[in-house]
Every structure is written in C-alpha cells, then in structure tokens.
Design a protein around this ligand. Structure first.
Ligand code: AMP
Length: 303
C-alpha cells in the first residue's frame, strides 16, 4: 500500500557534542520517506530550490521513493534549518529557520498520489499539510507531526488539521507546550479532545508513549552506546511506524504496538550518523534483528 508524505526537504546545518554537519540533506519528509521506504512505496510531496543537487534526488530514487511530487523552483532557495544539541540530546535548539521556497509552496498532487491509502503529514506549515489532505481521495489512515515553530506560529491551522487526523505524533516538549501542562498523561487527554484517536509522544532516548483512549503503551528506545546526531529521529520513527502499518494493513491496537517498536528501531539507526547516512545504508535483516533485541529487552513475566 503506498504512503503519501508531505513535509520539508532541507539543508540542515547541525552541531552536536560529537561533531557537525554543514548544509547536509535533511528535512522531515526526507527522513520519513527514507525510513518508510524499507516497508513500502513512498510518494514524496515537497519543494526544493534550484540549489538542490540532483544527487540527492537520485538518492531518493535509489530507495524507490517516487519524486514526481518533489517540485523544483527555478531561482528559488531550498528550506534551511540550523540547530544545535547539547549533552541533553533530547532537546534541539533551533538557531535559524529559513522557509525559502516553502513560504509560497502550493502543493498539487501528481497523478496517482490522490489514491494513496496512508498519509503522513510530516512537520511543515499546517496550512500546507491541510492543502495536501484536501487532495487525497479515500485514505485509510491519516497521521501528522508538527513542532514548536508551528504550535507557536500557526496554532489555529494546527487545531483545524487535528480534527481530521487519526494519529498525532509529537515529541514530549511539544505535547506539553500544546496542552499547556507538564503531566504527559493530562496533556494526552487534552490533545486527544482536539480530534486524533491516537497520540504518540516521542521521548528521545526515553522511548515513546502511545495513548489510545484510556490505554497507554510504553516503548523503550534502543540503548545505543554511540550516538552521533538526533536530527530526524522523530521523522525516522514516524517512517518506521507508518511504514509497518502500511505493509500489514492492520490498524488494531496490537499491531499499533508493533509499529511503535519498528518506529523506535528506525529512529535508533538514524541517530548513529549525521544526515541520512545510516538510514540509507540499512538492510532488512538489521531492522528485524534490532526489533528482536528490543523485544528481548522489554520482555518480563510475573504475577
Ligand atoms: P526531527 O525528527 O524532529 O529531529 O526533525 C528534524 C528535521 O526537521 C530537520 O531535518 C529539519 O530540516 C526539519 N525542520 C526543522 N524545523 C522545521 C520547520 N519549522 N518546518 C519543517 N521542518 C523543519
């Protein structure tokens, strides 16, 4: 089943305690599609400028990602994000955001994209997320992400979007900021009242929580010895999560739990290197092995 994603395709300049990358390929849609491409066919919707090299587009194609929906604006500049992480890698500090070609982006879905059954509205302006959603015919599942930049700058559009999505995936700082309270359990109740049936709260190295009505599932993060760069971990998580759901077609709670673990697996690979280096070099066996390790890590019996 094909997966449609809209989000940013970017040049990221990132500094972590372990090194730095300048103008490396990044963006929410890049991480999501590369991660999800291990599970199924991905249709990418985004915009770049004329400064975006063909080699990155070829990289997407090499992973089987459909780039018919990746517009190139002649004379325009690609979206840029600059960020820094300190020893607490869970918190990204944004130093600069340049929307560039995204400030005037009017997404038009190419032929065939409107029939995509799984839709992921990755982190980008919620008005662009809504425009894409309006063009999709009969999706089986709609999920979305966002970030503080949009929670603070486009709250009304974000609330409008939430009425139309089934699954909302955000990180813990954003959940607290959106709901205006520090308890994640209370925040989840507040957020679920806005529309989504499922809320997934990503907690970096502490894993993820999934709230469905009154039920909560807690998934660990894979305990890595060496971490390089957490940029894109959230989007890689979403790629594994939605990718697994699309590959199985089962939206029951038990399967959602497995999908969360595949999300954790993909996020853990991503943080091992800068940009998309690790994600691009994976194979299915490594993914399955790490899933099995996470299963052993969390298995216990008693009572
Ligand atoms: P995350 O998975 O949350 O670490 O997402 C990191 C990616 O989000 C980076 O590759 C950035 O290019 C991208 N990004 C940062 N700020 C924004 C924004 N305001 N809108 C869309 N994408 C962004």
């Amino acid at each position: 089943m094909s997966i449609l994603v809209v989000g940013s395709v970017a040049f990221d300049s990132v500094e972590t305690p372990f090194g730095k990358a300048d103008e490396a390929l990044g963006g929410s849609a890049s991480y999501f599609s590369t991660s999800a491409s291990y599970f199924g066919k991905v249709n990418l919707v985004a915009v770049v400028g004329s400064d975006f090299p063909e080699k990155h587009i070829d990289g997407f194609k090499a992973r089987g990602i459909d780039v018919a929906g990746l517009q190139k604006v002649e004379g325009g500049k690609t979206f840029r994000w600059k960020g820094r992480y300190e020893y607490d890698l869970n918190q990204a500090h944004t130093l600069d955001t340049q929307l560039n070609v995204f400030s005037k982006f009017n997404p038009v879905l190419p032929d065939g994209y409107a029939d995509s059954k799984y839709v992921f509205l990755a982190n980008i302006d919620p008005e662009i997320q809504i425009k894409v959603l309006e063009q999709v015919k009969k999706p089986k599942l709609i999920a979305c992400d966002t970030m503080n930049f949009w929670i603070e700058g486009k709250r009304d559009a974000l609330k409008k979007l939430l009425k139309r999505v089934e699954i909302f995936v955000i990180n813990e700082g954003e959940a607290r900021e959106f709901a205006g309270c520090s308890s994640l359990v209370k925040a989840a109740k507040i957020i679920l009242k806005e529309g989504p049936k499922v809320l997934i709260v990503k907690r970096g190295e502490y894993g993820a929580l999934m709230f469905i009505g009154c039920s909560v599932f807690s998934a660990p993060a894979y305990p890595l010895e060496d971490i390089c760069d957490p940029t894109g971990a959230g989007d890689s998580f979403a790629g594994g999560f939605i990718g697994y759901l699309a590959s199985t077609g089962d939206l029951g709670e038990e399967n959602l739990r497995k999908a969360v673990i595949f999300g954790s697996v993909m996020a853990s690979f991503n943080v091992e290197a800068f940009s998309l280096e690790r994600l691009n070099a994976l194979n299915l066996e490594e993914i399955r092995d790490r899933y099995a390790e996470l299963k052993r890590l969390t298995h216990f019996e008693g009572i």
